[in-house]
Design a protein around this ligand. Structure first.
Ligand code: MLT
Length: 281
């Protein structure tokens, strides 16, 4: 595998020059499609890119990505961040606004740590900077073992409901089926690799304290997976964060209430463009 083809990079649209590209990193156990509704609502003048992370969508398996990068064999979000950086650079992107939801947020924070020159603006959506506690880590390793033994992702289907907020479950039950379709589109090897990688992630709160470019922290008001307290901790660590609480949304704010998510990402983009232009002139 060449670095050029490292991760599948979905180009939603090509905008005009003078605007930083927006890179969207998806959550677990999904792929770039979880951004479709948000991107439909974004202004058309900005390039929007979304990789499928290793083992998800049409991207190669985590083990193959590690091999191609010469990275350690153990599953790691550091490898994911390096793969995103290499994929973007191969596509000619040297600087971008990077926004990630949940697992995508963990990867965005690893990018800030390992490839700070790439990140001109940071969006952390429904995510947290802390590491897992022992129970959460053990549960991830258990799930990795179950999907590997079963050879399918059925053990994750409970997430089609648990990722959604109460309002969506009552008023938008069709989302459950949509999420189920996305989960069923992933393979057990990719899911297991990602669970092991997330289990191994360190606390990255300190990484955020050194990050100065514009930042957005966004959380669904009904998110019980990465709740408001986690978002407040992120916002407190960042020098220039705007905190947005999205009404009528749980953990998957991007599909539960995409309008305020798109508006917040657009505002982040405009702030990052301004800082980027000022630094260049
Ligand atoms: C996600 O939505 O990406 C997951 O909730 C992340 C996690 O399992 O910590």
């Amino acid at each position: 595998m060449t670095i050029d083809g490292l991760l599948a990079l979905h180009t939603y649209r090509t905008g005009r020059t003078g605007r930083l590209p927006l890179v969207l990193l998806h959550g677990f156990p999904l792929d770039h499609h979880m951004w479709d509704d948000v991107v439909d609502l974004l202004p058309g003048d900005r390039t929007v890119l979304a990789p499928d992370l290793p083992g998800f969508g049409t991207s190669p398996a985590g083990a193959d990505v590690s091999d191609a990068l010469g990275a350690p064999a153990e599953p790691a979000l550091e490898t994911v961040a390096d793969a995103v950086a290499a994929t973007l650079r191969a596509a000619g992107v040297e600087r971008a606004i990077v926004a990630g939801l949940s697992m995508g947020g963990y990867v965005a924070m690893a990018l800030v740590e390992r490839h700070p020159d790439l990140v001109a603006g940071l969006g952390l959506l429904d995510t947290k900077s802390t590491a897992d506690d022992d129970a959460a880590r053990a549960n991830r390793l258990r799930i990795a073992g179950v999907v590997t033994a079963d050879g399918d992702v059925d053990a994750l289907l409970g997430m089609r409901r648990s990722l959604l907020g109460e309002t969506s479950l009552v008023l938008r039950p069709e989302l459950v089926e949509r999420i189920e379709g996305w989960i069923r589109g992933q393979g057990p090897a990719g899911v297991a690799w990602a669970q092991r990688a997330m289990a191994a992630r360190p606390d990255r709160t300190e990484v955020l304290t050194g990050f100065e470019p514009p930042a957005l922290v966004l959380v669904g008001e009904e998110d019980e997976v990465a709740p408001l307290a986690a978002a407040q901790q992120l916002a407190a660590a960042l020098a220039s964060a705007v905190l947005v609480v999205v009404p009528r949304a749980g953990h998957l704010s991007s599909i539960e209430n995409p309008e305020p998510v798109a508006a917040a990402l657009d505002a982040l983009g405009l702030r990052a463009d301004q800082v980027h232009r000022a630094a260049r002139d």
